[in-house]
Design a protein around this ligand. Structure first.
Ligand code: GDP
Length: 414
């Protein structure tokens, strides 16, 4: 049965070099791959265990896209984490990766804040109207300052950054956060490497600041939603978590706000909460109304909706060699379905080719799948003539995506 696209997230992780992109990605893979055997996580083990496993099985965390499951509010989501090259220059590769993802987690170092590469990547993401979530990493480091980074995102990047949390403890003593949406405080449990947390009373010395920040958050979110605005004036306490998240999500997708969270991926703190908010606040493939391209015969603009019922179209965004399966072509599907073993038309070569197998790269295995459906990302084997940037489509339903820009800006991140 085809997956419900609303449970898919195609995300990238963008960062200035050294902000912790590799560590954070490793943690994401590790948590999702190991979540069924949490008890086996031992001290400081995540990185080394993962690396050893990687070498052993020849799977690379720098794969063009890795698929991980994530449970959130009773549903299993599929996250495709797309590698976002961190180059400062405006390479085709960076542009292409921004094109195939639907949302970004933007990492900052809590010590260094907005750095030159963050500015470049931020502006590129603006060009593609990519909704984003800010994660201020390295909160355990000396000189870490979450609110300073929140301010910098406003002042230097010109975006409406909105803190969702208030850190508890600083530097070496960073141990938890006040969640401003639920207005509860949590500290991460050290013994299971931050996989779980304990709820505590909001520390008395933070209560006033936390109350003010929650007020600010509710006021901002109410701005995006008339019904919430009414409730906000009548009784702000009657506003539920679900209502805040729903309004915030719309605002994030429309580029009106960048929610900001914090943590320390090295110390296993905050990455899980960040992933929860990837599900809650970043778009699914369904949130993009359609992808536009040109008709290879007439040059006219045509579009495809993110639906299994449309003719297939997808973009080849990376070609890689895998030690086990050979040459892989990473494809982002936008519409329709591509079954393994079927023929696919390439408008560049004007040929159709039979593809053999389709894989998804997981944290600890490669999964062969029967078909690649709209909104999903997979690695296709069997092409004889393929280049990155090629559009793949159903025969008789030609479309060329690469030469096109994304649809009209629905988003106004500026
Ligand atoms: P990348 O260049 O963005 O991929 O950054 P890395 O993940 O390689 O991290 C750069 C360095 O910072 C490494 O030495 C990491 O161990 C360290 N690091 C990453 N995250 C944290 C963190 O949350 N706290 C601390 N103290 N160090 C971190």
């Amino acid at each position: 049965m085809a997956r419900d696209l609303k449970f898919t997230r195609n995300i990238g992780i963008a960062a200035h070099i050294d902000a912790g992109k590799t560590t954070t990605t490793e943690r994401i893979l590790y948590y999702s791959g190991m979540s069924h055997k949490i008890g086996e996580v031992h001290d400081g083990g995540a990185t080394t265990d993962w690396m050893a496993q990687e070498q052993e099985r020849g799977i690379t965390i720098t794969s063009a896209a890795v698929t991980v499951p994530w449970n959130y509010k009773g549903n299993t989501y599929q996250i495709n984490v797309i590698d976002t090259p961190g180059h400062v220059d405006f390479t085709v590769e960076v542009n292409r990766s921004l094109r195939v993802l639907d949302g970004l987690v933007f990492l900052f170092s809590a010590v260094d804040g907005v750095e030159p590469q963050s500015e470049t990547n931020w502006r590129l993401a603006n060009n593609y109207n990519v909704p984003r979530l800010g994660f201020v990493n390295k909160m355990d480091r000396q000189g870490a300052d979450f609110m300073n980074v929140v301010r910098q995102v406003k002042d230097m990047l010109g975006s409406n950054s909105l803190p969702l949390q208030l850190p508890i403890g600083a530097e070496d003593d960073f141990k938890g956060v006040v969640d401003l949406i639920n207005f509860r405080a949590i500290v991460w449990n050290e013994e299971d490497k931050g996989m779980t947390f304990t709820e505590i009373e909001i520390p008395a010395d933070l209560l006033e600041e936390a109350t003010e920040m929650r007020e600010h958050l509710l006021e901002q979110v109410a701005e995006f939603d008339d019904n919430l605005m009414e409730k906000y004036f009548e009784d702000p306490n009657s506003i539920t978590e679900a209502e805040v998240l729903a309004a915030l999500r719309q605002a994030v997708i429309a580029g009106k706000v960048v929610p900001m969270m914090c943590g320390s991926s090295f110390k296993n703190k905050g990455v899980q909460a960040m992933l929860d908010n990837v599900m809650a606040l970043l778009p699914s493939p369904l949130d993009q109304e359609a992808i536009t391209g040109t008709d290879p015969k007439t040059g006219d603009e045509i579009s495809r909706k993110p639906s299994y019922d449309e003719p297939f179209c997808g973009l080849a965004f990376k070609i890689a060699t895998d030690p086990f399966v050979g040459r892989l072509c990473f494809v982002r599907a936008y519409s329709g379905k591509l079954p393994a073993g079927s023929y696919i038309y390439n408008p560049r070569t004007n040929n159709k080719e039979r593809i053999s197998r389709i894989f998804q790269m997981h944290a600890n295995k490669q999964n062969q799948i029967d078909e690649l459906g709209a909104g999903d990302i997979g690695a296709v084997v069997g092409f004889k003539d393929i280049r990155t940037g090629d559009t793949l489509c159903a025969e008789g339903h030609g479309i060329i995506l690469e030469s096109m820009d994304f649809p009209d800006p629905v988003i106004g991140l500026a």
